[in-house]
Design a protein around this ligand. Structure first.
Ligand code: HEC
Length: 487
């Protein structure tokens, strides 16, 4: 979200309107109270309206004085408690281009406005930005060059928990394409928890067919099903179903619009090497039946624009060897047979690692990645489920100096941000990055569905995951990536 600045000091209240100074008529005790038309309205429009407007994820609209007036007390509580806008990085560590948080001064302005009776003030109300509900958000205003829509409309129930599941569709490219930006539009903001896309191959032993979207779930035409004719080749690694070896066409989380590659960088999607898009979809019940048909908008890179650099790479955590550090659930007899015959798609079959113990409020998992060559670190992502408590990323340089790159002290499953560094951090060859996650499997965690159970790895939110990524570009000449803050 762009964070262009508004004058938020008290002087904003005393501007000359229609040739008259407001100060002349405000001799009562609320003379210093900020007003909606003066400063507060603009603040709310810039920092809240992207989510708080019709057909968006915010539960109410905050586009007018009337809206804001009605919600003033709650706005004060949420803003003072740093719960709104949603943002989870500890401000003491790192600066992030997609930081949604308000400055201390903006918070003070809103609090003073509410305490002063939430006055409307003189003058014209600030103009709400023009949002088009099916508008794409590339900063140039251009529509995507290519739109890829999920071939089916998804339907959700009015209540209950919606599972997190994967649908697979053919990759719409058969050669390499270079991409400048992507945006995922969920098709239904209220009902969508998140969408992540990954480009991959149909794993060996599987094919796309008709099957249940999840155990016991509805049958869809885009399920990965076991290929009965498959003969596993023990020597070949071709079927390795690691998520997204072909990159990603983007993700949707609440509040995220178009994501641009850094200047000078292009995302390469190898349609000549990969054949499938995996859509990881998570919906949420809204109290009424909903339907959604997500779209991927793609803006191609212009080939005449300088040299194409590789897209950022993802640091491998060597301790975990790419394996989730939380144990997957023990296999059923049928699953053991299936595993012996071939590979299970998208599932991790190493049952040897430790699960999170029952009732443990402070279970720590650490992954370490080694930086092989001089690199520019660009973004950090954390993902856990309902037991996730906090995350810390520590960069240790070869000279022993350490830097906390990101700390998320109160991880929230509902808000999964990719933390995009405002300026890339230089990590010399030989540095390591430690990614430390703590889990709270005790009763003190009010989101915990079952503190008395030990917790295994799975995609389901009642199990848990340890998933962190570090995106980086290897340093070469003057290829320092820049982020422009418009993401
Ligand atoms: C990225 C999207 C997003 C942004 C930006 C955002 N909100 Fe929200 N807001 C939500 C969502 C979603 C909820 C409901 C779920 C929750 O509370 O997390 C919410 C809830 C709230 C609530 C509680 C409503 C209730 O029913 O009690 C208030 C008040 C609020 N927001 C105010 C604000 C204000 C003020 C701003 C800007 C300074 C803001 N929000 C920015 C998404 C957003």
């Amino acid at each position: 979200m762009s964070r262009s600045f508004v004058l938020t000091t008290l002087t904003a209240v005393m501007v000359i309107v229609g040739g008259q100074s407001l100060t002349a008529e405000t001799s009562d005790p609320t003379e210093d109270t900020p007003t909606y038309n003066g400063a507060v309205g603009q603040l709310l429009l810039e920092n809240c309206a992207a989510c708080h407007r019709p057909n968006q994820i915010g539960p109410m609209s905050l586009l007018t004085y009337k809206d804001a007036r009605r919600w003033a007390r709650t706005i004060k509580a949420k803003v003072e408690g740093r719960e709104m806008p949603p943002w989870f990085a500890d401000p003491r560590f790192g600066h992030f281009a997609n930081d949604l948080s308000l400055s201390e001064q903006d918070i003070a302005t809103i609090v003073e406005w509410v305490d002063g009776g939430a006055p409307e003030g003189e003058g014209a109300p600030p103009e709400p930005p023009t949002f088009s509900d099916d508008g794409w958000t590339h900063p140039s205003g251009r529509d995507p060059d290519f739109i890829y829509e999920l071939p089916i409309e998804w339907h959700t129930e009015a209540d209950g928990e919606s599972p997190n599941f994967n649908l697979f569709t053919p990759l719409p490219f058969d050669k390499e394409v270079l991409i400048e930006a992507t945006e995922i539009r969920p098709g239904n903001f209220a009902a969508t928890h998140h969408i992540v896309t990954n480009v991959m191959n149909v794993p060996a032993g599987m094919k796309i067919g008709t099957g249940p979207a999840w155990p016991g779930g509805p049958v869809v035409d885009y399920a990965l099903v076991r290929d009965p004719d498959y003969e596993p080749d023990q020597d070949s690694d071709a079927g390795n179903s690691d998520l997204g070896p072909g990159g990603s066409l983007g993700a949707y989380i609440p509040g995220r619009g178009a994501v641009l590659t850094a200047e000078g960088q292009r995302l390469s999607i190898r349609g000549d090497q990969f054949n499938m898009v995996a859509w990881n979809l998570h919906y949420q019940a809204t109290g009424q039946p909903e339907s959604a048909r997500p779209q991927i908008g793609i803006w191609f890179a212009k080939d005449d624009e300088g040299t194409t650099q590789e897209p950022p790479m993802v640091l491998q955590e060597y301790i975990s060897k790419g394996v989730q550090l939380i144990a997957p659930p023990p296999l059923s007899a049928a699953e053991r047979r299936a595993a012996a015959q071939g590979r299970q798609a998208g599932q991790n079959l190493n049952p040897l690692l430790d699960p999170i113990p029952a009732n443990d409020g402070d279970w720590t998992v650490t992954g370490i990645g080694a930086v092989q060559n001089d690199s520019w670190i660009q973004s950090l992502l954390v993902h856990a489920h309902l037991r996730g408590k906090d995350f810390t990323f520590v960069l240790t340089r070869p000279d022993g100096t350490e830097e906390i790159m990101l700390r998320v002290p109160n991880y929230s499953f509902d808000w999964q941000f990719e933390y995009e560094l405002s300026e890339p951090t230089f990590a010399p060859a030989g540095s390591t990055i430690k990614m430390i996650a703590r889990y709270d499997n005790s009763r003190a965690n009010r989101h915990n569905p079952a503190p008395h159970r030990e917790v295994y790895w799975s995609e389901q939110s009642w199990d848990d995951m340890f998933l962190t990524t570090v995106q980086y570009t290897e340093a070469e000449g003057d290829n320092r990536p820049r982020t422009d803050g418009t993401r």
